[in-house]
Design a binder for this molecule. Structure first.
Ligand SMILES: [Zn+2]
Ligand SMILES: [Zn+2]
Length: 499
């Protein structure tokens, strides 16, 4: 499954079919135009996928496959099972060793959202070609015996961070030290993992794989599934699933996954019990792709499948998406979790199935910053680090497709500790946000590890920080050509990657 999934349900207002992209928090019914908030965020939500293959065709396909391989057999019993799979998605921020490897690493294009809403193929290809040209440049430098320059080395220095003026000898741990650029490097990626949620020894772990068609998720309903087949219970806990989903083969120094979503998907399989040469065996068919995936499984597997039944599961719900203060329709994009009312200007954040108010500040324009601006929301996290009781982390709250630029912005602004004043002028926010305070705290840890260099990654607990408060703050970014430039360190965010 190398693409986003579609959730298929009905509109709670008018009953019309309602399809939306997995991961959406706010949607609008295409029929009655109701704006709806999708509840259940941060809970383990369950879905199922309907089988496409009926019992007759399943048996016929099993017999054909069997005949081609080993001759005649007799069908004893066909049974449809819904087998649970965990699905983990998120935005992966990774620090890894920068030391060049002799063979070079395979080019991983999975770091780009495979199928974002309204994906522009041109942009995706452009992003992919950026990676390829980056790898190519890196390869050329490697060939010439040069080292990988740091991202910062390529950009003109805008602000001399006070930390870099400190003497390099035995720095006291009173603040962040310059990142050890030649030891660590940043990598971003969109995580998407699907793996079986129960223990079926002897079956291997059948991967749901890459499918050409979009899979449609329906909300888990025990009765609906039991009317068609048997539900297999998940035996892997969600904690263990998170651990397993986060495992990677690559040498990672430090990572944080933002916007993490773990869900449970019950996938349909036909299991046909057959007898051949006096022996009973099982034939497994994927009831969506209609392929025979296992022709010779031991019957003991069926006992395992029959053993555990699924408990009741949580599913998404809906509530009207309107400003709790003034009742105005809240503007949104589907992945938003922070909403701002264009009528009364208040800010709201999804909490469970409710919207809770988030106060915010607006940073005043810097002197001379008169060019057209667009305000973007950031979390300013006030923390005590080492002996510095008033350190501030600057963490983007807005959605942006190149996670690397979000990571760069967080690290360089936090390193610069910019000064600004709070504006008293009236302000109407013009967009939402997709990272909440918890995400901001994770990104702060990631940023902190980066600021400390490799030492901070080897033992992140050695030098922790404590968070005092987080303030959502709108900063005026300057519109420059096709990009938005931050007012302090001059990072340019191409506008076509805002989604
Ligand atoms: Zn409707
Ligand atoms: Zn309002």
């Amino acid at each position: 499954m190398n693409s986003r999934l579609t959730v298929s349900t009905e509109c709670p207002t008018c009953g019309a079919p309602l399809d939306f992209t997995e991961g959406s928090h706010a949607i609008q019914c295409g029929h009655c135009r109701s704006r709806l908030l999708v509840t259940g965020r941060k809970q383990l939500l369950s879905y199922f996928i309907s089988p496409k293959l009926d019992v007759h065709r399943a048996v016929a396909k099993a017999l054909v496959a069997q005949k081609e391989a080993e001759g005649e057999c007799r069908v004893i019993a066909p049974q449809l099972y819904f087998i649970p799979y965990y699905r983990l998605t998120g935005h992966d921020f990774i620090w890894e060793r920068a030391a060049p490897k002799p063979k070079g690493e395979p080019i991983d294009l999975s770091g780009f959202p495979p199928d974002p809403p309204q994906a522009d193929l041109g942009e995706t290809l452009q992003a992919a070609s950026e990676v390829l040209s980056g790898v190519w440049e890196f390869g050329k430098r490697l060939y010439r015996g040069e080292r990988e320059p740091s991202p910062e080395a390529e950009e003109p220095p805008k602000v001399a961070p006070p930390q870099s003026k400190r003497p390099a000898v035995a720095p006291p741990r009173s603040g962040p030290e310059p990142i050890e650029e030649d030891e660590v490097t940043f990598r971003d990626r969109y995580v998407e993992k699907n793996f079986i949620a129960c223990d079926l020894k002897g079956w291997g772990s059948y991967s749901l794989g890459v499918r050409p068609a979009v899979l449609r998720l329906e909300l888990f309903r025990k009765e609906a599934l039991e009317a068609q087949g048997r539900i297999v219970g998940a035996t892997l806990s969600s904690e263990e699933a998170l651990r397993q989903g986060m495992k990677g083969a690559e040498p990672v120094l430090y990572r944080q996954v933002l916007g993490q979503v773990l869900s449970l998907i019950y996938f349909p399989f036909w299991v046909i019990r057959v007898q051949r040469s006096g022996e009973e065996r099982l034939i497994f068919l994927d009831a969506v792709s209609e392929r025979v995936i296992q022709r010779d499984a031991p019957v003991s597997l069926q006992e395992m499948l029959d053993r555990s039944a699924a408990a009741d599961a949580t599913t998404i719900g809906f509530r009207p998406l309107a400003c709790p203060n003034c009742g105005w329709d809240l503007p949104f994009t589907p992945e938003d979790i922070l909403f701002f009312c264009t009528s009364c200007a208040r800010g709201w954040q999804i909490r469970g199935s409710d919207l809770s108010e988030i106060p915010y500040e607006v940073a005043a324009l810097l002197p001379g910053g008169e060019t057209p601006t667009r305000h973007l929301p950031m979390w300013v996290l006030h923390a005590e680090v080492d002996r510095n009781p008033s350190f501030r982390f600057f963490l983007p709250a807005f959605r942006y497709r190149r996670l690397k630029l979000l990571g760069d912005l967080a690290r360089r602004l936090s390193k610069a500790q910019p000064a600004y004043t709070v504006s008293a002028e009236s302000f109407v926010p013009s967009q939402g946000g997709c990272y909440d305070q918890e995400d901001a705290a994770l990104l702060a840890r990631f940023t902190w590890a980066g600021l400390q260099g490799k030492r901070g990654m080897d033992d992140p607990e050695e030098n922790p920080f404590s968070v005092r408060r987080a303030t959502l703050t709108w900063f005026p970014f300057q519109v420059e050509g096709n990009g938005l430039r931050d007012p302090f360190v001059g990072i340019n965010l191409p506008q076509n990657l805002f989604v």
